[in-house]
Write a protein that binds this ligand. Structure first.
Ligand code: BGC
Length: 497
């Protein structure tokens, strides 16, 4: 254990020296946001209610300072200014999401809100006029409330509603979009929204929530993929995938038990969503562990829904690239055997692991979920490369959270630089195929349950001002320079070498 920690520290020191590999000219550098977190205008121009509108209005005590996304960054009204700032930043791409209930107020396609369509078409046209490639997420957690009332992501029929919504978006926006993301981070929705009850819709179904939710998400993604593939790809020539998220799980020691625990946790976090799409079916270790524990707990069958053979084939291969979000690393250790602590079914016990961080890793007190461990990120890239058959990878989110929102944000610069550096090393030394990187976030915004307390933006937003004034932080200026120079250090190796 001590040795592992010492080695990890050494790696941290080494990785604090930034890579001098040049950033390839065609490597995409961008920033990201999501509809509920920035748009505001929650009930304007015919928009319907989403599960986050409902959750933040109904349970103010569950969100820091009873914050809501009612106004947020007001991007619904300030999109032209946003596009101008993106232009100033010089990004290659902008990842943002469409609000399902702005387009379909009831969630279903019998009634389309043309004002919503018009808003996104104006934004997309603005990006096109400025040569900024849009990376469009169809769903970033804001389920239309009427569909939530039908069980939301625990109801597999939602997959069909999602597919119909996706088809409409391909029809109405596809001439301006070449890069589609179906769903953002199902892991977060399923664990935090349906199992731990700490994000909308706030369900605490520890036994089955996460698995029913994972099943529906994977199915919904596959349906949207097939629609794109069969009805739109030939004409629109775009590409489409899902965003999955994961921290890196580093074994806490060299013991085979801890190594196995770390690998198991990777499969529970990322494999549950990625394996059906990239390899076919749930990861075997998840099938075995949940199946065995379910039987011991007295369930007649596994709490993890079984895919039919047809479903496995239908879902397998529904990707054009791999989109990955990641913020941190944890040490993982073996905690319980599959036959131990049998009681009521629990997702949190199914994997049987424990997690901890190293106190020397940089993080901000009070923000437990981000730590600055670029070597872990590089290992994660390698893991994805090796597990999913060497896909083309884009990092669709990575960023640093603080509580001050200060314009002098050297910690954010260090974090982003370290992570891009890890990517350059992974590309050049490990052969991992990464083609892009996206900072979360373009600007400070509604950080879900943390309201406006946690800040991740390159641009500061003054939430006290009706204008929601945006101001470039040091990190924005630094990123602008990196995008232009394509080099993290004073002088990079010659690109032609
Ligand atoms: C989500 C973002 C969120 C970010 C920081 C990601 O999990 O996709 O919406 O703001 O993490 O918490």
């Amino acid at each position: 254990m001590l040795l592992t920690v010492a080695l990890a520290n050494l790696l941290v020191i080494c990785s604090s020296e930034l890579s001098d590999y040049p950033i390839p000219k065609d490597f995409m550098l961008g920033v990201a946001t999501a509809a509920y977190q920035i748009e505001g205008a929650w009930n304007e121009d015919g928009k319907g209610e989403s599960v986050w509108d409902w959750y933040s209005h109904t349970f103010p005590e569950r969100i820091d300072n009873a914050a809501t996304g009612d106004v947020a960054c007001d991007s619904y009204h300030k999109w032209e200014e946003d596009v101008a700032l993106l232009k100033e930043l010089g990004v290659d791409h902008y990842r943002f999401s469409l609000s399902w209930s702005r387009i379909l107020p009831e969630g279903t396609i019998n009634y389309v809100n043309e004002a919503g369509i018009e808003y996104y078409r104006k934004l997309l046209q603005g990006l096109a006029d400025n040569n900024i490639t849009p990376l469009v997420t169809l769903f970033h957690w804001d389920t239309p409330r009427p569909l939530h009332e039908l069980g939301g992501w625990t109801n597999p029929l939602i997959a069909d509603y999602f597919a119909e919504y996706a088809r409409l978006c391909f029809e109405r926006f596809g001439d301006l979009v070449q890069n589609w993301i179906t769903i953002n981070e199902p892991q977060t929705t399923c664990v935090q929204g349906y199992t731990e009850g700490i994000k909308a819709p706030g369900y605490s179904d520890e036994a089955e929530g996460v698995y029913l939710c994972a099943y529906t998400h994977v199915l919904a993604h596959a349906k949207a993929y097939h629609i794109y593939d069969e009805e739109f790809r030939a004409m629109q020539k775009g590409r489409i995938t899902i965003v999955v998220d994961s921290m890196w799980c580093e074994p806490a020691s060299d013991s085979s038990e801890d190594k196995e625990a770390a690998e198991t946790e990777m499969e529970f976090i990322i494999g549950l969503y990625a394996n059906p799409i990239y390899n076919g079916n749930w990861p075997q270790v998840v099938i075995d562990r949940v199946g065995n524990r379910s039987l011991l707990e007295g369930y007649p069958r596994s709490r993890l829904p079984e895919f039919t053979k047809d479903e496995i084939d239908y879902i397998n291969g529904t990707f054009d690239f791999f989109a990955l979000n990641s913020y941190s690393t944890n040490y993982i250790y073996h905690q319980i055997d599959v036959t131990e602590s049998i009681g009521n079914g629990s997702y949190l016990l199914d994997s049987g692991i424990g997690a901890k961080v190293n106190s020397t890793w940089k993080s901000i007190e009070g923000i437990g979920w981000v730590n600055d461990v670029p070597w872990g990120f590089r290992k994660l890239l390698n893991w994805v490369h090796n597990h999913y058959n060497k896909p083309d990878i884009i990092i669709t989110e990575n960023g640093w959270a603080d509580l001050t929102g200060d314009l002098q944000d050297q910690d954010r610069i260090d974090y982003v630089a370290g992570h891009i550096s890890a990517i350059l090393d992974a590309i050049n030394e490990d052969g991992v195929r990464v083609f892009g990187y996206t900072v979360w976030s373009f600007m400070d915004n509604f950080e879900w349950t943390n309201g406006y307390n946690e800040k991740l933006g390159l641009y500061q937003v003054d939430f006290d001002s009706p204008d929601r004034t945006r101001t470039a932080k040091d990190s924005a200026k630094w990123y602008q320079k990196i995008i232009k120079d394509r080099c993290l250090v004073d002088k990079c190796q010659d690109a032609s070498l």
